[in-house]
Ligand binder design. Structure first.
Ligand code: ADP
Ligand code: GLC
Length: 488
């Protein structure tokens, strides 16, 4: 078993803006259960409550060499996530802020310095703990400098003599592109600022550097691993990913079924499971009441939860919404994000409140009640590396209606009206017509083929996407990294 140094910019339950936090909160526990010694490291943002999570201050500060900015100092708090130790890098100037990456829609202008500081502090922490990792596991652009640091600054450091790097890409859209001057802070030598490593169009691209330097790259579904090697999904790095495809793998995310399970969900009043599926009706009624919709069991209710971002297909939703509301249907949306979308949805809710309601903001409890109370769940994403909400939906017997992309395609099986097979409804075209037609198809199935619909719900609820399986797949790749480093 291995020593795994796992770094992420967000970890559930401490700080979360999206699925990265769900993964960073669950995968380390599953790895620990397999016998690995896993240490998780994240920044101590202002919002991470030291008392609530019983964090203790470690003695001494970490000196972090920030190139031309000189030495800066990090404090370290220690906490626990079940059996897994979690370390929080503290720096008031960099992380004592309300947002993780941005505030009021604007990215912090020093995100390069903030996350260079974080990555270097992660390396220094391992030294201080005398924790000799076999694998430094980085996630997304925020920590994509770790594989680079391992191969440069720390290449001859005996504390990392056995260490290789894994980079998990949760989203290709965000790459960490910065002004070239950040090279002077990263301070790994300007020789690495070239088109085959860190340089891109005159600036630095961290994800690019991470891809080049990592021993193994993973992404969060097999389909997305293939998609990102094409121009439609590669965001400019498709050529690079083709070149490194021999070390690129897709591993589907799991779900934390202690959190997302209608039989034990603390956010819903009436639990239910496969054998008591009738009891799901109570959650639907409660959700209709909570949102002020008319309480009707016969009208299909479609839920949606997620960031209101381009990725999630919000333009398609906006284009089709009025048409959808001509059907016999109720729709509820929980989300926050792009301002235009927040205004648009609020406006539709004000005018069509008997059929459409939204909650603009971030509310975990409500997300659970929408999963439980809806008949169907809509995810019309333009791209989706894995997607978690459709997997939660399956467990709640809430049939997903999805665009067949990335993890959505890998986890949802399309309904076959001839045989009744499937566990959801899919469309391929990124168009409002395809979205509208597929929602109409789902509604028709709900109304006219209730036998098929119920059978699909039960099939969906029986499916499992557990972290144990994913952890075994990660372990197989860790073994490769260790073997690879051993021979070089
Ligand atoms: P992404 O990481 O691209 O945002 P995922 O489907 O992987 O998409 O994960 C999103 C996670 O964030 C899910 O756990 C989802 O429930 C949660 N989430 C997103 N927006 C909200 C919101 N407005 N309120 C509550 N939970 C949200
Ligand atoms: C990203 C992706 C999402 C994925 C999540 C966790 O935020 O957008 O599809 O589920 O990371 O891997």
């Amino acid at each position: 078993m291995f020593n795994i140094l796992f770094a992420a910019a967000e970890v559930e339950p401490y700080a979360k803006t999206g699925g990265l936090a769900d993964v960073a909160g669950a995968l380390p526990k599953a790895l620990k259960a397999l016998g690995h010694d896993v240490r998780v490291v994240m920044p101590r943002y202002w919002g991470v409550d030291r008392e609530r999570y019983k964090l203790t201050l470690m003695e001494g500060a970490l000196g972090v060499e920030m190139g031309i900015m000189g030495t800066q100092w990090a404090g370290v708090y220690e906490g626990r996530m079940g059996e897994v130790p979690v370390y929080f890098i503290e720096h008031e100037g960099y992380f004592g802020r309300k947002g993780l990456y941005d505030e009021g829609g604007f990215s912090y202008i020093d995100n390069d310095n903030r996350f260079i500081f974080f990555a270097k502090a992660v390396m220094q922490l391992a030294k201080k703990l005398r924790f000799h990792p076999h694998v430094v596991h980085a996630n997304d652009w925020h920590t994509a400098t770790l594989p680079i640091l391992l191969n440069t600054t720390y290449a001859f450091d005996s504390d990392f003599a056995h260490a290789g790097a894994m980079l998990t890409i949760h989203n290709m859209q965000h790459q960490g592109k910065f002004y070239e001057g950040a090279m002077n802070v990263l301070d790994v030598g300007w020789s690495h600022f070239n088109a085959d490593e860190l340089e891109e169009f005159g600036g630095i691209n961290w994800l690019k550097g991470g891809i080049v330097h990592a021993d193994v790259i993973t992404t969060v579904s097999p389909k997305y691993a293939r998609e990102i090697q094409t121009s439609e999904y590669g965001w400019g790095l498709e050529g690079l990913l083709q070149r490194y495809s021999y070390k690129l793998h897709g591993i589907l995310n799991g779900v934390d079924y202690t959190q997302w399970n209608p039989a034990v969900d603390k956010h819903i009043a009436t639990p239910y499971d496969i054998d008591t599926l009738e009891a799901k009706a109570a959650s639907k009624k409660a959700l209709q009441e909570e949102f002020g919709l008319s309480v009707r069991a016969d009208v299909p209710l479609i839920g949606m939860v997620g960031r209101l971002a381009h990725q999630k297909g919000i333009e398609l939703l906006a284009q089709s919404l009025h048409g959808l509301l001509h059907m016999e249907v109720q729709i509820v949306v929980l989300g926050a994000g792009e301002t235009w979308a927040e205004h648009f949805l609020s406006d539709v809710a004000a005018r069509f409140g008997d059929k459409f309601r939204c909650y603009i903001g971030y509310r975990d409890d409500l997300a659970h009640r929408i999963e439980a109370g809806s008949d169907m769940f809509l995810m019309p994403s333009l791209f989706e590396p894995c997607g978690l909400n459709q997997i939660y939906s399956l467990r709640y017997g809430t049939l997903p209606i999805v665009r067949a992309t990335g993890g959505l395609d890998d986890t949802v099986e399309n309904y076959n009206p001839a045989t009744g097979e499937g566990n959801g409804f899919k469309f391929w075209d990124a168009s409002w017509q395809a979205l509208t037609g597929t929602v109409a198809w789902a509604i028709d199935t709900y109304v006219n083929h209730p036998d098929h619909f119920t059978a699909m719900q039960k099939r969906a609820m029986a499916a499992r996407f557990d972290w144990h399986k994913a952890a075994l797949e990660y372990t197989a790749l860790y073994e490769r990294i260790v073997a690879h480093r051993h021979h070089t």
